[in-house]
Write a protein that binds this ligand. Structure first.
Ligand code: 5GP
Ligand code: MG
Ligand code: MG
Length: 196
């Protein structure tokens, strides 16, 4: 990664191992997903449900690429697990503001790893009686799947590596990188409960 001069000591890009998906590729894919979603929903109003915090970037860019009328709502969930593993035991940290009964709900996710969080979220939202429920996830790790989840819109299938950037964090950092990448081994340390 090319470094600037003034900020070398603190530049988070110095922590990177590699760029997996460059910014232009992410943006192109989001426009493709938006076109597909627009075609499928054919002008019906969509309630985009972003899962905090990781989905913030994809939500912002996807929403601006859509022509369909949309509203946005947000949920925050936390999955207990050891280290970077999700367990499927999910706790709601912030629930939706909206009543989703009879609405067309599209869950917007940053990444599907084990699929356990999304599986739980889908059955939770399904029980609230939406007119339809679908998922758009920017990234998916097929080799990490522990449960099958029906994800209608997927940006990229990626290898089973821990990634950061474009909303995804490590210890709350790196979310503002405009691309998706992996971290150099020297960066890694602690563990615990993880929050989207
Ligand atoms: P899952 O329940 O599918 O295993 O994943 C739950 C959450 O863990 C994801 O929504 C995401 O917030 C986080 N996660 C899973 N894989 C990664 C990864 O490679 N990088 C980062 N930063 N977070 C991840
Ligand atoms: Mg996280
Ligand atoms: Mg997430």
């Amino acid at each position: 990664i090319a470094k600037g001069s003034a900020v070398d000591e603190t530049d988070m890009r110095a922590d990177l191992e590699k760029v997996l998906i460059p910014e232009e590729e992410l943006q192109r894919k989001i426009r493709e997903l938006a076109a597909q979603i627009d075609a499928d929903y054919a002008g019906r109003e969509i309630l985009l449900v972003g899962v905090l915090k990781g989905a913030v970037m994809v939500m912002a860019d996807l929403a601006r690429a859509l022509h369909a009328p949309i509203s946005m709502d947000w949920m925050a969930v936390s999955s207990y697990g050891s280290g970077t593993q999700s367990s499927g035991v999910v706790r709601i940290l912030k629930d939706l503001d909206a009543d989703i009964m009879d609405r067309h709900v599209l869950i917007v996710e940053d990444i599907i790893d084990s699929g356990l969080t999304l599986h739980w979220l889908m059955s939770n939202l399904e029980s609230r009686g939406p007119a339809s429920l679908a998922v758009c996830a920017l990234l998916r790790k097929p080799d990490a799947a522990k449960i099958e989840v029906d994800v209608k819109y997927v940006g990229f299938d990626i290898p089973n590596e821990f990634v950061i950037g474009y909303g995804l964090d490590y210890a709350e950092r790196y979310r503002n990188l405009p691309f998706v990448g992996t971290l150099a081994p020297h960066v890694y340390g602690g563990s615990g409960e993880q929050e989207g």
